[in-house]
Ligand binder design. Structure first.
Ligand code: SAM
Length: 284
C-alpha cells in the first residue's frame, strides 16, 4: 500500500528527517538557492532553503529569542542593530521589541526570501519589515560589512549553514570586518550549528572568533527542527563577558523592556552559557 500522504525530507549527510505535510505552498530556485515553503502537520508552515529547515511557525520562537535577547539584554543600551541574513523576519521582530532601538538594518542577499516570508510566514515576521526603524539592504552580507563605515551596537548573524551563499558568512575576513564595525560595548552573535551533526562548525568558528574578539563564548539551546536538536551560537565582544552577566541585572532589564518570551528568560540566558562537557572538551 503506497503512502498516500505527502512528506518533506531533510537530508544531512547520513541522517534523514521526514515531516508529514498537507501541501507545498511554494517551491522554486532563486538566483541563490532552492526555496520551499510547506505546510507541515506538526510544525505548521516551514521554510526550507537548499533542502535545510530554516524556521517553522511552531518552534521559531526558541531560536529567534535566544539569538536576540541574549545580546540585547547583555548590552548597556542597544540602539543600532545589524542583522545579516534573517530573511524570514523572526530576528527583526524580536529586535524591534526594544524601545532603545533607533535603527535595525537587515542585510539579506535574496529578496525572494523576504517577499515569500511576508506572504506565507506572517506569524513569524509579524509585520516587522514595515516598522519605520527598519532599513532593508539587499546585498551579500560579507560585502556590506567590508564596505560600511557605520558602527553598530549589536550584530546578529542569522545565516543558513555554511553552504551556498552563506559560506562567506563563516570566514575570518567576515568576522574581522564585523569586529571593525562594532561600537564600544559592541556584541556580535552568530549561529554555529548543531552540536551533534555539525561539530566542526563550533570548533572552526570558536577558533576564528577567539583570535579576533576579547571574548568568544558558546551558548547552547534546543531547537527541535534543527538537525540533532541541540543547537549553538557564539557570543563575541571585546568589552562584555557574557559569563559575568548578573541574573538580577538581566531580570531588571528584561522587565524594563517588557520582553514577553516563551523560551528565553534570564535563567535560560545564564544557563545557556553553562555548556555541556562534551562541547567544552571539543573547544579546548
Ligand atoms: N535561522 C536559520 C538558521 O539558523 O539556519 C537561518 C534563517 S534565515 C532564512 C537565513 C538567511 O540568510 C536566508 O534568508 C538567506 O537568503 C540569507 N543569506 C545566505 N547567505 C547570505 C549572504 N551571503 N548575505 C546575506 N544573507 C545571506
Amino acid at each position: 500500500m503506497t503512502d498516500k500522504q505527502q512528506w518533506v525530507t531533510e537530508k544531512w549527510q547520513d541522517v534523514e528527517t521526514r515531516y508529514r505535510i498537507q501541501s507545498v505552498l511554494y517551491e522554486d530556485n532563486s538566483e541563490f538557492q532552492h526555496t520551499r515553503i510547506v505546510d507541515s502537520d506538526r510544525y505548521g508552515r516551514m521554510l526550507l532553503l537548499d533542502g535545510i529547515v530554516q524556521t517553522t511557525e511552531k518552534d521559531e520562537f526558541i531560536y529567534h529569542e535566544m539569538l536576540v535577547h541574549v545580546p540585547m539584554l547583555s548590552h548597556p543600551n542597544p540602539e543600532k542593530v545589524l542583522i545579516i541574513g534573517g530573511g524570514d523576519g523572526g530576528i527583526l521582530r524580536e529586535v524591534l521589541r526594544y524601545k532603545s532601538v533607533t535603527m535595525a538594518t537587515m542585510v539579506e542577499i535574496d529578496p525572494g526570501v523576504i517577499e515569500l516570508s511576508k506572504k506565507y510566514l506572517p506569524s513569524i515576521n509579524d509585520g516587522s519589515f514595515e516598522d519605520s526603524r527598519v532599513n532593508i539592504i539587499i546585498s551579500d552580507g560579507a560585502v556590506f560589512v567590508k564596505d560600511t563605515t557605520e558602527k553598530f551596537d549589536v550584530v546578529i548573524v542569522d545565516s543558513c549553514d555554511p553552504i551556498g551563499p552563506a559560506t562567506v558568512l563563516f570566514s575570518k575576513a567576515f568576522y574581522g570586518d564585523i569586529h571593525n564595525l562594532l561600537a564600544k560595548d559592541g556584541i556580535m552573535v552568530c549561529q554555529t550549528g548543531s552540536l551533534h551533526m555539525q561539530p566542526g562548525e563550533q570548533v572552526e568558528t570558536y577558533n576564528l572568533l577567539s583570535e579576533i574578539y576579547g571574548y568568544a563564548r558558546p551558548y547552547v539551546f534546543t531547537v527541535p527542527t534543527y538537525i540533532g536538536g541541540l543547537f549553538s551560537a557564539m557570543f563575541c565582544s571585546d568589552d562584555i563577558n557574557p559569563e559575568k552577566n548578573d541574573l538580577s541585572v538581566i531580570e531588571e532589564k528584561a522587565a524594563m523592556n517588557n520582553i514577553k518570551t516563551r523560551y528565553y528568560n534570564p535563567g535560560t540566558h545564564i544557563g545557556a552559557f553553562h555548556i555541556p562537557g562534551f562541547l567544552k572538551e571539543r573547544l579546548i
